[in-house]
Design a protein around this ligand. Structure first.
Ligand code: SAH
Ligand code: SF4
Ligand code: F3S
Length: 481
């Protein structure tokens, strides 16, 4: 385990080891010497800030980066006025990229004030050659560029940057490696994401994720369970199993195991009270999974089941491998088997060639399934994906009109759905104090909705019982009992 490794015992005068993770511990020890010199000179520790864009995978990656920086000795800061700032980027839609370029101007201004400041960019956007070219050309003040496959090498890259004094670019096109046993600094002491697989093989025609995250790789179940046990021993009560399509977990392992079986094994870990997972692709959600969820005391009553479109014609061009009827049947089966489940989804509006009829099919599914909540997105053209080359892009005004109609519909339905548990008594994991109302705290229900209620801040991290008194559209007001 990483916390048994003592960086002081590493001989930094020797050649770096070639095997991982030993090599990275060697570079952490090297970087720590630099931190110690910084401290002697400036009478303070250097500070580091990581800003995360995008999904849960990126949030988890940032915790790993933070773990490395903490080992090296950086003071971790929330503020970008730091000695090292890393943006962990997302590129799933163009506006995610634009936000990063916009913020880079601000970082440049900070660097002018603090010339020793280091700026790093990593994550999905950096796996795109066009983005790297643009950064090299127009943002020469950036110090470090690395992708999604080699985040575990942060210490080595920092060390190289100190030695070379030039922009360090280290981007791997792909990888088979899953490097275990590196440190992580969790954002919350009581809940944690756990990667169960990396990458994606589905190639939905609009989506860039398979290109920037690489091929699907499942972690060994023993490694996953070991991590969950360690987390439980460290006080974690809720884990979220992470993968782009958890339903295909384990299929390519030397000893294949299904996602449902993995869940059962995770459920057996003592100390873990709740299990969530993200994301579940409708095409291969098994009856076994529904059964395991239904019988489980720990798996939360929440299923995120991205629809993307309600039109069978569009779904086919999107390469989603299910049609409207199959999705509806699946949603119905899940609601029948697990009546208290919360079903949430993602929907894209304005996919190339989407007609008014196609859009109305989406509205029809939304009305039939009555999603408890839905993320709605305007289609964004991603260079290199099959959909980007399609000629029949939908005019912006048409997309905007459909988007507004869809948003209103999903919000109205979600508001109605939120009220359905009023009066019931449920468990909530207290996550934070309620920053808007003194004396109140905020908890997450099994179905992923939040409840605000009176209570002391000492309860943060505990599971408590609350009565849901009043629905407020997308959250509840409750009382502890
Ligand atoms: N693996 C998950 C999705 C990850 S990306 C799944 O298949 O369900 C999260 C969401 O971003 C997707 O569900 C989709 O709704 C949205 N998305 C992906 N590519 C997009 C694009 N090019 N334009 C708009 N939204 C997109
Ligand atoms: Fe993208 Fe489809 Fe993979 Fe999800 S399943 S990450 S939408 S390609
Ligand atoms: Fe974005 Fe990468 Fe996640 S593109 S949505 S951060 S996998």
């Amino acid at each position: 385990m990483y916390n048994e490794i003592d960086l002081d015992q590493i001989n930094t005068n020797s050649e770096p080891p070639s095997e991982e993770p030993a090599r990275q511990y060697y570079f952490m020890a090297k970087c720590r010497e630099w931190v110690q010199r910084f401290e002697q000179k400036n009478n303070r520790l250097p500070t580091a800030c990581i800003r995360t864009f995008g999904c849960q995978m990126n949030a988890k990656d940032s915790e790993k980066l933070m773990g490395i920086l903490e080992q090296i000795g950086f003071g971790i800061s929330e503020k970008e006025e730091a000695d090292l700032v890393i943006y962990n980027t997302c590129t799933v839609r163009d506006n995610a990229n634009q936000r990063v370029y916009g913020r880079l101007g601000y970082l440049h201004a900070l660097k002018k004030k603090n010339p020793h400041m280091l700026i790093g960019l990593c994550g999905c956007m950096i796996q795109e050659p066009s983005a790297v070219e643009k950064i090299r050309k127009s943002y020469g003040f950036v110090d470090l560029l690395f992708g999604t496959h080699n985040i575990f090498r942060l210490a080595e890259l920092l060390y190289r940057r100190a030695a070379e004094k030039n922009m360090v670019v280290d981007i791997w096109e792909s990888t088979d490696a899953i490097v275990e046993d590196l440190p992580a600094l969790r954002k919350y002491p009581f809940k944690s994401g756990v990667n169960i697989m990396y990458g994606c093989n589905n190639f939905c025609s609009y989506c860039i994720v398979p290109y920037v995250r690489g091929r699907e790789r499942s972690r060994e179940p023993e490694e996953i369970l070991r991590e969950i046990r360690d987390l439980a021993a460290d006080g974690v009560r809720e884990v979220m199993l992470l993968g782009q399509n958890v339903n295909s977990y384990g299929k390519t392992l030397a000893h294949p195991i299904s996602f449902a079986q993995l869940l059962k094994q995770a459920e057996a870990v003592e100390g873990i009270r709740r299990i969530r997972f993200m994301t579940s692709h409708p095409k291969d959600l098994s009856d076994e999974l529904i059964r395991v969820m239904k019988e489980s005391r720990k798996i939360c009553r929440h299923l995120h089941l991205p629809l993307q479109s309600g039109s069978s014609r569009i779904l086919k061009i999107m390469n989603r491998k299910y049609d409207k009827e199959q999705y509806l049947a699946l949603a119905k089966k899940i609601r029948r088997e697990i009546p208290d489940i919360s079903l949430t989804t993602d929907i894209i509006v304005g996919f190339p060639g989407e007609t008014e009829e196609d859009f109305l099919e989406t509205m029809d599914v939304v009305r039939q399934v009555r999603f408890d909540s839905a993320f709605t997105f305007i289609y964004s053209k991603r260079t290199g994906t099959p959909a980007a080359a399609m000629k029949n892009q939908v005019p912006e005004a048409v997309v905007k009109d459909r988007f507004d109609r869809l948003l209103k519909e999903v919000q109205d339905i979600a508001t109605g759905q939120c009220g359905k548990d009023t009066g019931t008594v449920q468990e909530a994991l207290v996550e934070d104090i309620d920053h808007k109302q003194p004396g109140m705290i905020t908890g997450r229900l099994s179905n992923n909705l939040m409840v605000h209620f009176e209570g002391p801040k000492e309860l943060v991290g505990n599971i408590v019982t609350v009565r849901l008194k009043e629905a407020k559209g997308f959250y509840y007001i409750g009382e502890m009992i």
